[in-house]
Design a protein around this ligand. Sequence first.
Ligand SMILES: [Zn+2]
Length: 199
Amino acid sequence: MIDEGYIKFNCMWKKARALPAKALREITKWRNWLHELGFIGVYPDGIGFGNVSIRIPNTTQFIITGTQTGGIAKLAAKHYTKVTSGNFEQNALQCEGPVEASSESLTHLAVYQADKNIHAIIHTHHPKLWKKLLDKVPTTFPSVAYGTPEMAHEIFRLFKETDLAKQKILVMAGHEDGLITFGCNLDQAGEALLKIDNK
Ligand SMILES: [Zn+2]
């Protein structure tokens, strides 16, 4: 499911060493579990989906699973990268690590910028939950595609106009199957997802 943006995504990737294993322990635990549960994976056409990130405290930088890692069951340190900055209008992102960040990282950046209390984000693709939650929880406009400057604006709008900060879950109407949950840590972001799945 690739949504074509109007402005081509520009990832300025600085190849760098893997992050220390200690910094990745918790994110790897959650990410591998979400993969096991089918919230992260790969479509029959070979395109991976789903990603997880954690904020680097007191910054808007974050660590995120690398592009096209959705199909890998168990991630290693080489599968993560650090997003250091981004520019929504230019659809540009800077990252440092052994792997490139995906265009979806810009949406993570928007969420971190919107609320400083958020320290972890999960983006999954789940057809059943997507259909069930569409317009029932804060939902981005259907005309807004993933990886566009408009998606970042939509995220900011939802934080302003809805109780998204409390609900901790949003649906992307214009990004089929796409959901985002978040929290002050990975446990809270994961619970926001699993709680709704079990309802
Ligand atoms: Zn997605």
